[in-house]
Design a protein. Sequence first.
Length: 52
Amino acid sequence: MDILVILIPVSLFLGALGLVGFFWLLRKGQFDDPDGDANRILRDDYDDHPKQ
């Protein structure tokens, strides 16, 4: 039972860290267009060279 004193705060910290990371990526626009890249490669006008 003494290990729960360590494991509960560690798990809460890691959960909060993951939540903060998710909201940070959400603000940066990481999840704005999840299907765009998958569909872009199927178009006929696909270009192998990256845009600059």
